[in-house]
Design a binder for this molecule. Sequence first.
Ligand SMILES: NC(=O)C1=CN([C@@H]2O[C@H](COP(=O)(O)OP(=O)(O)OC[C@H]3O[C@@H](n4cnc5c(N)ncnc54)[C@H](O)[C@@H]3O)[C@@H](O)[C@H]2O)[C@@H](O)CC1
Ligand SMILES: [K+]
Length: 504
Amino acid sequence: MPFAPFSPFIAPLSSRPLLRLKEIRAIEAVEVPLADPPLMERAGAAIARSVIAHVPPGGLVCILCGPGNNGGDGFVAARRLLALGRRAVVIGCFDATRMEGEAAAARAAFLSAGGTVLPGPEALDERPAAIVDALFGIGLARPIGEPYASWIEWGSRQTAFKLAVDVPSGLDADTGRCTGPCFEANATLTFLADKPGLHTLDGPDRAGVVMVDALGVDASRHDLGRGRLLGLDAFAGHLRPRRKNTHKGSFGHVLVVGGAPRMSGAAFLAGHAALATGAGKVTLCALDPNILSFSPVHPELMVGNAIPERGVDVLVVGPGLGASAEARAQLARLLPSSLPLVLDADGLNRLAVDAELQESLRSRSIPAILTPHPMEAARLLGTEVAAVQRDRIAAAQELAQRYRAHVVLKGCGSVVADPDGAWAINPTGNPGMASAGMGDVLSGLLGALLAQGWPVPLAARFGPFLHGAAADRLVAEGIGPIGITASETVSAARRLLNEWSVRA
Ligand SMILES: NC(=O)C1=CN([C@@H]2O[C@H](COP(=O)(O)OP(=O)(O)OC[C@H]3O[C@@H](n4cnc5c(N)ncnc54)[C@H](O)[C@@H]3O)[C@@H](O)[C@H]2O)[C@@H](O)CC1
Ligand SMILES: [K+]
């Protein structure tokens, strides 16, 4: 059994733009004709540098080259590696007469430099130390067939350093979807700017560590679109140490509404998460008439069956709310309120089937935060889960516009979308979060941020960022990903929040 040391925990520090295909293509259209040296030359040099940094001299580098410019990048890298005294071969069996422009020139230059192109992995007579996947990048136009499919499968299986060029072949750079065979890399070196598909859905499993090389292009001179990959720097302005001269009223009063019979745990989890991440006071209004009047585990939570007449600052509605007429009545009463609102779970399911509630959500003076998982998102959009997952960013944006709300579409690479069209992907979190109660914790945490005065769009981003980072911290400590519980993420989130707030 290989020894897997626990890695130290470092949350992603810097946020950066995420560009979809149309924005990348627009940059290429302007920059490719201007660039000297050409961008493909720069890309090849960057790949060669990355390989050299990861592979000891003497190891064979096997570069899988496709028929387009992604393959061209691979040929340049192969030529440069040879020039640097490294051992590199290309695998590529396409008809060279059909290669065009720069890619064809890159292939010719590699051959002139004495390079070898093999027709398939079976022609190798030793195990490569590195595989570079330069088959398809952002020009992938259809599911991948033979021989490339077999090469991808073979390359992904190797115990070598596996580097994907721009995008793992087979992965959709916009959506993170694999429609067929897809390379599984340890690292992806992506060019010009980062791409959303590397960070959501299948992207994180396929891309490994993502490194961005701008190829010397100042992308900020172009339209960068409205997407960001979240990093801690995005929140620095709000992560401050607390002033000494404060009282519990300074940090807001969160009301959690939910906890129908047999579902009170969800409301307790949300309430505890809100308290532990800084809300001044938390009251649970449970629909279960037999709920205990206090929680023996968390006696600081105020528990009852009534909504307080006054003094509440933030509403968290939905954890364990159920589908009863009373649940509907609570929603009808609370949605029009002018308080910041987080709506989750049964609150969303009820909303999905009730046009009147939808209208009152849309008309709110402060847009709510909705936190659907893909199934809830599908209900809200009147579609199938598969349609949501086909393009998570588009689905989150459509929800945000349709419901005039900030949307956190949960899942691998949670997508946050605002009603004005801005969006972000959260890079934190791990499969340990695929367990019961995590959604309730996120709702409570969002409630706490709102109660402490975070602006709604920023809270919608920091909530999933903090929650995912808490789970990542647990994994780094050797707790998880298997078996992380929602309650454990609450304590880890509290520790991180305090660390980050002191340092800021
Ligand atoms: N335009 C440029 O000058 C630059 C391009 N760059 C690289 O070029 C890539 C984009 O190049 P391209 O637009 O040529 O696209 P790709 O090289 O990603 O793929 C396009 C080629 O693959 C074929 N193809 C697409 N899907 C296929 C499939 N499923 N099965 C078989 N063949 C398929 C197309 O017919 C075309 O020949 C980027 O990902 C990046 O790696 C970088 O070098 C930066 C500069
Ligand atoms: K690739």
